[in-house]
Design a protein around this ligand. Structure first.
Ligand code: FES
Length: 102
């Protein structure tokens, strides 16, 4: 059974912003796309830099390291089919962002 764990408050992640959260030993990037929160693994597939510190443009998150760009709805690199970071289900309950952990 999947459990949802509270990781941040929605008020701390306004639309158009990204942030990094930690659950145990796992780091996730959270992004707010027009009020919808998405969660993906935080480590860029290029050199492992934090995606939560990247720049969000619509549904595209650009890694601050060398500019690799990800679709936050799928976790996949743009223009590179099949190369993706993991995505995680998100719930927002009473302003609290909760992410599915396994
Ligand atoms: S570490 Fe992300 S593009 Fe290089």
């Amino acid at each position: 059974m999947v459990a949802f764990v509270g990781v941040a408050w929605l008020e701390d992640l306004p639309p158009g912003r990204a942030m990094t959260v930690t659950i145990g030993d796992q780091k996730l990037a959270l992004v707010n796309v027009g009020g919808t929160v998405h969660a993906i693994d935080d480590a860029c597939l290029h050199a492992g830099l934090s995606l939560g510190e990247g720049a969000l443009d619509g549904e595209t998150l650009c890694c601050g390291g060398h500019g690799w760009r990800y679709d936050v709805t799928t976790g996949c690199l743009l223009g590179v089919p099949g190369l993706c970071v993991r995505t995680h289900a998100v719930q927002v309950v009473d302003g609290r962002i909760k992410v599915a952990v396994d």
